[in-house]
Each structure stands twice: as C-alpha cells, then as structure tokens.
Design a protein around this ligand. Structure first.
Ligand SMILES: [Zn+2]
Ligand SMILES: [Zn+2]
Length: 265
C-alpha cells in the first residue's frame, strides 16, 4: 500500500504538471523557455495522461483564449455543458477557424509533435494516445509490478479528467470569484487549483495568459509556478514571463487596473 501511495503522488505530480507546466504554460502560451529535454520530459508526462496530441491541445487552447466564451470557443459552457466538458473532443477534425500550421507554427515545426498529431486526424491521434498510454503501464507492470502500474494509470486518468472539469467549472461565474473584470466568464476556483497544481486561478490566467504565474494574491497557491520559478533560479528556465500586481493595489476585485507584466529578460 505504501508503495502505491508514493507512486501515485509522484505520478500525479508528473502527469499533472505535464499538463499544466508542459502542455499549458510551455507549449500553449510559451510563457517561459527550457532546454528541449526538459520540455519533452513534461510534455511526455501530459501525453501519458491521455491528453492527446500536443499540437491539437495547444491549437484548441489558443483558440479558447482567442475566442473565449463566443460561439467560436471550442469549449465554452455558455453553449452547452456537455459540449464544454467532453463533447468537443469527439469532433472529427479541426474546425475551419483553427489551423494549427498557421496558429501553432512553433509546434508544427517540431517533428515529434507533428507525428503525434497524425496529420490532423483527431480519431487517429486519440487512438495513438490511448495505445501508447496503455503500453506505458504494461511496461511499468512488467518492470515494477501492479502497484506502480495502477498508480500511474489512476494518476493519468485523474489528470485526463481534471482539465476537462476546469474548462467547465472555471467558466461558470457563480462557482468562483473574479480578480479582474473581464468580458468573459472566467473565475478563480480554489479547489480546482488544489487538484490541478495551481491552474484554478483561471480569471487571473485569462487576464494574463502569457504569464507563467497565475496565482496573484498571497493565498492563491500555484504549485506549477513554484516549479517554473525553481527552474529559473537554477538557470534552466529563461524568458520567464511573470504577471505581477502593483504593490499599491490593495484590492483588485472587479478591477480593470492595468497590471505590469514583466519578464526576466
Ligand atoms: Zn478559460
Ligand atoms: Zn491558457
């Protein structure tokens, strides 16, 4: 049992931050830079949580920010909870207004990400994720036994569900609070941040999507940011974009006050 718990915690960190640090803040927003080996390490953690093609994920997420809570947003709860939760994943391919080659040239130029995208065929890309994710657990089973394999599988399945849950919960105003009076429905939800390594401060994130840090108030804990910050301190993360509150702003509740966004460049 002890082995299972330790393995689950470690895999929850790897698969979870694979999504938050790898897929989201690094690939989708390019809010910092790391050497390619570290990028692949985190992206692999997300991929093995059955997150699907990294290019697909980033293209859809960039579209979410560009068209947030409009009919062109891939998963806004304004147009149906079921579609916002999982329905959008089962579409056949990219809609007309989302062109990964044009909107994600940085990922399109990476052979690994292009390969995992299966030529834009969502069905094939999802099946490939499922097969490789399952194969990884079989390898763990053979090498380390059922407790480690099961811990990784459960952690991966949790992290498959949590971002989908976030897409819905953090865009329903009555379920959270806003620091910034944006036109969209994004809100901060503390318990989503607890489950998703700091990603629940979603109103902050929509206010400053290019920032590697999303927790803005002292109690808005942001585990993913702590990790990125650590990488910066030891020299492995560069070009780190960080939104910071002006020290004289006592409350940013419903504020449109511009907030400085700085980087370490
Ligand atoms: Zn959002
Ligand atoms: Zn984002």
């Amino acid at each position: 049992m002890f082995e299972f718990v330790v393995a689950f915690v470690l895999f929850y960190m790897w698969h979870g931050m694979g999504v938050t640090v790898g897929y989201h803040r690094l690939l989708s927003h390019r809010s910092f830079r790391v050497p390619k080996a570290i990028e692949y390490f985190w992206v692999l953690g997300g991929y093995l949580a059955f997150e699907g093609s990294p290019m697909w994920w980033a293209a859809m997420h960039r579209a979410h920010h560009r068209y947030v809570d409009t009919p062109l947003d891939p998963h806004s709860p304004r147009y149906g909870i079921k579609n916002a939760h999982y329905g959008w994943i089962f579409h056949k391919g990219y809609p007309e207004h989302i062109v990964p080659g044009a909107q994600c040239p940085d990922l399109y130029n990476d052979r690994v990400y292009r390969l995992l995208d299966c030529g834009g065929d969502w069905h094939k890309a999802h099946i490939l994720t499922g097969l490789l994710g399952t194969g990884f657990r079989v390898v763990l089973l053979v090498l380390f036994g059922w407790q480690v394999a099961l811990a990784s599988l459960l952690a991966g399945l949790c992290m498959l569900q949590i971002p989908l849950l976030l897409n819905v919960v953090c865009h329903i105003p009555r379920l959270g609070y806003k620091n910034y009076a944006l036109e969209d429905d994004s809100v901060n939800v503390w318990w989503v941040s607890l489950l998703a390594h700091g990603e629940g401060w979603h109103n902050n994130h929509h206010a400053f999507p290019g920032s590697a840090r999303t927790g803005m108030k002292w109690y808005e804990f942001d585990v993913s940011w702590w990790h990125i910050s650590f990488l910066r301190q030891i020299g492995l993360a560069t070009d780190v974009h960080e939104a910071v509150r002006k020290p004289d702003i006592k409350s940013v509740a419903a504020s449109k006050e511009p907030v400085a966004v700085v980087s370490d460049r």
